[in-house]
Design a protein around this ligand. Structure first.
Ligand code: XIL
Length: 376
């Protein structure tokens, strides 16, 4: 007989996965080693281990998943409506308490023809979230991709471009007022590798650098209750880009633009961010009175052990930095999105089994809870 940890942890350590959380043993019970069939006695009280959303709730944070596709369209090259898969819907509802869209709220998907909106996907996502007691974030009003031709055609006519943008943002935000509590207003304003200032997107080309402030002001008028975020990638990895991001956001705050926070995407590849950088960023923005969130965490490695380490380290440092809103970019490798061939970036595998990364994240949430309890 072996003295072991829970079956789930044991399986994860062995590189195995479990098909369901219902198999979690009660405290002090005997289970069977999935490889040797030996009986394994669990140690300590594990019956209080919750799902990610339960552990997150214990410490008063949101733990969500973005990249949830609910639309029927396959125009974005992805399969239709992931929510029709009962396992997808079950694990999402069990583990996460916030959701946001993959592509269907991006400009040309949500307003494919001028003035003609397709709200099928976002409406479905909102309904699902309401049924499951989840928050919904709006992703996203302005992105670097996905502008429809009728908008691009107006790049040299700023007044017409502005009118289209105003109608677009206002229509969407009014529809989801009270249903989507926070928004990525502008995604990836800066050049990808940093050092080149703002990306010359259609919005920049039409309206100049002031397009960002304009978009926030329009969004705030449409729904004054919504929390408005600027979303950026790679700032944890490139110091020059990070400095540009500070300057951009600080400038918006100084100009009294109605911005509530920053959304750090945090798509990690092979190596995690340098230790301390999340705290540095959080301190910077918190000092400006802004909320800081991690909005699209995933880890693109070829090795599940490194992946688990990076996930766990990021969540631990984020919690220590006072970040209270963390979302991953999808949660199952069945619908993975990666730029590293062969990488499987999510917390669950293709069959919805939790990976070592899942347990690392859950451990990080629980360790933070213990730390808070122990502190006076
Ligand atoms: C990605 C989608 O997941 C893909 O399906 C699409 O082909 C490209 O965009 N940062 C973001 C997301 O804010 O909107 C991006 O989503 C991934 C990077």
């Amino acid at each position: 007989m072996k003295i072991g940890r829970t079956k789930a942890v044991l399986a994860a350590m062995m590189g195995l996965t479990l098909s369901t959380f219902a198999t979690q043993p009660a405290s002090g019970s005997t289970v069977t080693d999935p490889i040797t069939s030996d009986p394994v006695v669990t140690v300590g009280s594990d019956s209080d281990i919750g799902s990610l959303r339960e552990e997150a709730a214990k410490i008063g944070i949101l733990f969500g998943s973005g990249a949830i596709k609910a639309s029927d369209s396959i125009d974005d090259g992805r399969p239709p409506n992931y929510l029709t898969d009962p396992d997808f819907a079950r694990v999402l509802a069990e583990q996460f308490d916030s959701v946001h869209s993959e592509n269907e709220m991006k400009y040309r998907f949500v307003e494919p023809q001028q003035g003609v909106f397709d709200f099928t996907g976002p409406d479905r996502l909102v309904k699902f979230a309401q049924e499951q007691g989840m928050q919904v974030k709006g992703h996203a009003l302005i992105t670097t991709c996905c502008d429809p031709q009728y908008l691009v055609d107006k790049v040299n006519d700023p007044a017409a471009f502005r009118a289209l943008m105003t109608k677009h943002i206002t229509t969407i935000m009014k529809r989801y007022k009270g249903k989507m509590d926070r928004w990525d207003v502008v995604v990836e304003p800066l050049s990808t590798m940093g050092g080149q200032g703002l990306q010359h997107t259609d919005f920049y080309n039409a309206l100049g650098p002031g397009y960002i402030a304009e978009a926030f002001r329009i969004a705030h008028r449409a729904d004054p209750t919504a929390k408005l975020y600027v979303n950026e990638n790679l700032v944890e990895s490139y110091p020059e880009k990070r400095k540009e991001f500070y300057d951009l956001v600080d400038g918006l705050v100084a100009d009294e633009v109605p911005i509530d926070g920053v959304a750090l995407q945090m798509h990690e590849t092979l190596q995690g961010p340098p230790a301390g950088v999340i705290i540095e960023m959080a301190d910077h923005f918190h000092a400006k009175g802004l909320a800081v969130s991690i909005s699209e965490l995933d880890v693109h490695t070829l090795d599940p052990v490194t992946q688990a380490q990076i996930y766990g380290d990021v969540v631990t440092e984020a919690l220590n930095a006072g970040i209270r809103d963390i979302s991953t970019w999808g949660f199952t490798d069945k619908h993975l999105y990666t730029w590293l061939p062969g990488a499987k970036p999510c917390l669950f595998d293709e069959n919805y089994n939790p990976k070592p990364a899942y347990f690392a994240v859950r451990d990080a949430l629980r360790a933070y809870g213990r730390k808070v309890q122990a502190s006076p």
